[in-house]
Design a protein around this ligand. Structure first.
Ligand code: NAD
Length: 271
């Protein structure tokens, strides 16, 4: 197939993208597929994963939708088993699945205990479970690339969103631990920290924050755009922006890079 960008060529590689059914995960799956990789789109929302699998397959690579709950280790074990059954190997794991809080979270105060538990189960343990599920296979083959989707919120705590920010700071830290642990086996582990994207996650945040401050005039989209004032490049990010960073970190071009957290946020964070 014709490569969108031959500089990053993932032909013959197999990638699992968790949370690949929507938003950023969909953008990552399409970008990796464009670079030639076969993709397992793993999501708790199987219908969404199946839709994206259709879009990825239309690029001329193989795609499979897999239902997974990353908060549950037997489920991530089954995800890896299903990917190996379909494709025979896994070269790339993208831990992208993430949530903003427990169902009905409000964005008030320090967050409820349910919010803290929910984000740590999905945003942190989800990474740990899926990495643990795939690492024996990658260690045996002495190669692999793991990319964790953290957040700019993991760089600086966010008011009303402490539970989420803390989970993303943990995602960055867990990335470093696994990078050390898996380096002797030729496995690179990095994270990407997106800034703000108008996905269902941020649409939800806008709605809840406006409810919290009692503003019925401002639209959710306007509230989101106001966040861009302090972004040096003044632009929101797109799923393609994140997909480009992930494609690079998943490729041989990033062979010497591990344990890093790459901000893709228009310059909002400069650390
Ligand atoms: N949107 C942003 O501005 C932004 C910024 C920084 C980081 N992020 C991070 O990017 C990632 C993707 O977010 P998004 O904006 O695309 O959100 P989204 O809500 O559009 O997509 C998240 C996907 O994850 C899936 N998912 C949720 N819980 C799951 C679970 N337990 N097991 C498997 N799949 C599960 C959902 O079904 C959905 O398809 C998340 O980790 C999020 O924290 C988003």
């Amino acid at each position: 197939m014709a490569k969108e960008n031959a500089y990053i060529d993932l032909t013959g590689r197999v990638a699992i993208v968790t949370g690949g059914g929507n938003g950023i995960g969909r953008g990552i799956a399409l970008r990796l597929g464009n670079a030639g990789a076969d993709i397992a789109i793993a999501d708790i929302d199987h219908a969404a994963a199946a839709r994206v699998a259709g879009e990825v397959a239309a690029l001329g690579v193989r795609a499979e939708a897999i239902e997974v709950d990353v908060a549950d280790q037997p489920s991530t074990d089954a995800m890896v088993k299903a990917s190996l059954g379909k494709f025979g190997r896994v070269d790339i794991l993208v831990n992208n699945a993430g949530i903003g809080g427990a169902p009905g979270w409000t964005g008030r105060g320090v967050g409820s205990t349910a919010d803290w538990n929910a984000v740590f189960e999905v945003n942190v343990l989800g990474i740990v479970h899926a990495t643990d599920s795939v690492s024996a296979h990658m260690m045996e083959r002495r190669s692999g690339k793991i990319v964790n989707i953290a957040s700019a919120a993991g760089r600086r705590g966010s008011p009303g969103f402490a539970h989420y920010s803390a989970s993303k700071a943990s995602a960055i830290n867990v990335t470093q631990a696994f990078a050390y642990q898996l380096a002797p086996y030729g496995i690179n582990v990095n994270s990407v920290c997106p800034g703000v994207l108008w996905t269902s996650l941020w649409q939800d945040i806008s709605k809840r924050r406006l409810g919290m401050i009692g503003d019925s005039e401002t639209t959710g989209r306007k509230y989101f755009e106001d966040r861009l004032v302090n972004v040096p490049l003044g632009r929101e990010q797109t799923p393609e922006d994140i997909g480009n960073a992930v494609a690079f970190l998943s490729s041989d071009r990033a062979a010497s890079i591990t344990g890093q957290a790459l901000n893709v946020d228009g310059g909002a964070m400069m650390n």
